[in-house]
Ligand binder design. Sequence first.
Ligand SMILES: NC(=O)c1ccc[n+]([C@@H]2O[C@H](COP(=O)([O-])OP(=O)(O)OC[C@H]3O[C@@H](n4cnc5c(N)ncnc54)[C@H](OP(=O)(O)O)[C@@H]3O)[C@@H](O)[C@H]2O)c1
Length: 297
Amino acid sequence: MRMITMTDALWTHILALRGSAQGAAAEELDPAVALYAPIAAAPRRFVLAQVGQSLDGRVATPAGDARDISCAEGIAHLHRCRALVEAVIVGVRTVLMDDPRLSVRAVKGPNPVRVIIDCRAELTGAESLFHDGGAPVLVMRAEDAPERPCKAEIIRLPKSGNGLDPAAILDVLSARGLNRVLVEGGARTIARFMEAGLVDRLHVSIAPLIIGSGPPGIALSPIERLSSARRPAASLFLLGEDILFDCDLRAPDRSFAGQGVGQGAGQSEEIGVADHVPASGLADRCQTEVEPCPDVA
Ligand SMILES: NC(=O)c1ccc[n+]([C@@H]2O[C@H](COP(=O)([O-])OP(=O)(O)OC[C@H]3O[C@@H](n4cnc5c(N)ncnc54)[C@H](OP(=O)(O)O)[C@@H]3O)[C@@H](O)[C@H]2O)c1
């Protein structure tokens, strides 16, 4: 577990990596560079999905209160991710529930283009992000969605299966030069991109908070057996009192315990996580090497 300690100089350095395609040798770098350089310097289309959740995997209360799950450093992390990408995508329910601005406020940096998947034209046009004078907003709607004007560019896409094809959405963004993309939620929107195999990195930030009920961070199609679960290679970072799992969904999955076979990748030996901890040693290391955080008992 590596602690993220950001300074102005470090953040300026990381921001300068945007679009530079400079590789980063994670184990030799400052933890912040190891975490953020792969996003900033992605040499091609790059999709990051990010979830800020409670210990019990919730991202809001049943009534929709989602504001203060992550600690201040966790929120700064989200804003850093926004600053490093060119577009941020959310589903329509996130806009209806949270009325978010999707801008970079907690750190210095450019604002990404804001993209809302509003397949059935459910937005009223009164939502704040249409009126805040911020970064451009693109609204993705199905070709047969009702006409409902809003102060944004409306892009109509053909329906594919049960909605809009996430790959087609990324193609629209690429055509506008928007290749580094953050899928910020909610659960159903992230699921569509993950199930289409389009997510390169998944950031799951876990806050020491138990909500008890409410929507989950990710909602994938059900599986029957744990042997079918994804076990992504992951590096751990401490963000204030939150713990961030930085999952590399392009690397071979870790082995299913006792089977020695990486799910989906056909690996025949155990794959260490990027922290160089074999899967079986991860829990031990978390218990013994976590640096004490002043806010957590
Ligand atoms: N803590 C966090 O990190 C975080 C971040 C964001 C949001 N949230 C919380 O998450 C909750 C909302 O999440 P959610 O999962 O209910 O909603 P959501 O993902 O924001 O939006 C879901 C809606 O978008 C549609 N949609 C998404 N992708 C689509 C696609 N490719 N094609 C067509 N339609 C698509 C869904 O259609 P279908 O109905 O057909 O599925 C559904 O109507 C809120 O409570 C919000 O506060 C938390």
